[in-house]
Design a protein around this ligand. Structure first.
Ligand code: NAP
Length: 331
């Protein structure tokens, strides 16, 4: 496994992190606890140490499963637990809420579910426009000084929002969407993070499974699976464009690198900067492909050819904005 230090903290994490949103079930058509625990154990056995979760993933379910899996494996001290705060779901629909009182309660709830007395990386899930960033940063600084959290991160923040945060508290990581098809951060967040020494936890590295190469124009998604509302999957014309782009990338990956598109997609994220690729998996067999993404690098010509394919196949790419949760009603 390749590793990286989280910002200027003392924490070293694996460059492939296990994403556990799907393991929480909500918005992914349900979960199977035994299978989820086996997946986490399999990730640990493959050298993954960083596990990304959040209270909102299954409204506590993902964190509880991560806590149980680490406990049964006796691996808490070896793991880097990255969880989040700042979304509330009392109405059944998540809304942004980073008021300090809520953050303090969330931390205690997360520690209990994760069966631990410290969080390695604590991240604000989405910026809350109703709470000044300085107040949020002050609260996380308190938690850091109290030893309850070892490193501080934000997710879905712009460089200007991170600048405001860093004026008050140390910031070690940022977690934006980033994959071959969703490259918005190339213009701002990625250069900002590189310049300021922040580690980037790239979420959706497989573009919700599209870049695994297994999704076809006929694939169906069950229950509340978010891919039923993701325009890349839900719009038939768009889906066929994306599936065609995956085919072209797969052909390039096989001819140039001797691997399939999934390895290419994860390697691409790792070769773009100080990144960790979050790989969402809910079955152990989905992690078998990890080795194909490690121990090599994309050369400059292949990077250019990838850009050429994306420009040719996707004239107007669609972003991941559909996932953004709304803010609370102002008091
Ligand atoms: P992802 O990693 O792009 O895709 C995950 C899906 O890809 C899996 O659920 C699985 O779908 C499919 N997949 C994985 N390995 C596969 C394989 N070997 N073969 C075929 N299909 C495979 O998406 P993500 O889970 O949304 O993102 C990763 C993580 O990032 C999340 O789990 C979460 O920790 C984090 N995240 C954070 C935010 C944020 O706002 N901070 C937002 C989104 C995600 P099936 O099981 O259906 O086949």
């Amino acid at each position: 496994m390749e590793t990286i230090t989280l910002g200027n903290s003392a924490i070293i994490g694996s460059r492939i992190g296990l994403g556990t949103w799907a393991i929480g079930g909500w918005m992914w058509g349900g979960t199977d606890e035994a299978q989820a625990i086996a997946t986490i154990h399999s990730a640990l056995a493959r050298g993954i140490t960083l596990i990304d979760t959040a209270p909102v993933y299954g409204f506590g379910t993902s964190e509880s499963i991560v806590g149980k899996a680490l406990q049964t494996a006796g691996r808490r001290q070896h793991a880097v637990i990255a969880t989040k705060a700042g979304l509330e779901w009392s109405s059944g629909r998540p809304r942004r809420d980073s008021r300090p009182l809520r953050l303090r309660q969330e931390l205690e709830d997360s520690l209990r579910r994760l069966q631990t007395d410290y969080i390695d990386l604590y991240q604000i899930h989405w910026p809350d426009p109703l709470v000044p960033i300085e107040e949020v940063a002050t609260e996380l600084l308190r938690m850091h000084r109290a030893g309850k959290i070892r490193a501080i991160g934000v997710s879905n923040f712009s460089p200007a929002q991170m600048e405001a945060f860093r004026a008050v508290a140390p910031l070690h990581t940022v977690q934006p969407p980033y994959n071959l098809f969703e490259r918005g951060i190339d213009a701002d967040v990625l250069p900002y993070a590189s310049d300021k020494g922040l580690t980037v936890l790239a979420y959706g590295a497989l573009c919700r499974g599209l870049l695994s190469g297994r999704i076809t124009t006929d694939s169906k998604f069950a229950g509340d699976d978010l891919r039923q509302s993701d325009p890349k999957f839900a719009d038939a014309r768009l889906r066929s464009r994306y599936v065609s782009a995956v085919g072209a990338l797969d052909a390039l990956a096989r001819e140039r690198c001797g691997r399939g598109v999934l390895s290419l997609a994860v390697r691409w994220v790792l070769d773009r900067g100080p990144t960790i690729a979050l790989w969402g998996a809910r079955r152990s067999d989905q992690l078998e492909a990890i080795d194909g993404a490690l121990g090599w690098q994309l050369d400059a010509q292949t990077m250019r050819d990838i850009d050429g394919i994306l420009e040719r196949e996707l004239e107007t790419p669609v972003g991941p904005e559909f996932m953004a949760p709304p803010q609370r009603a102002a008091a």
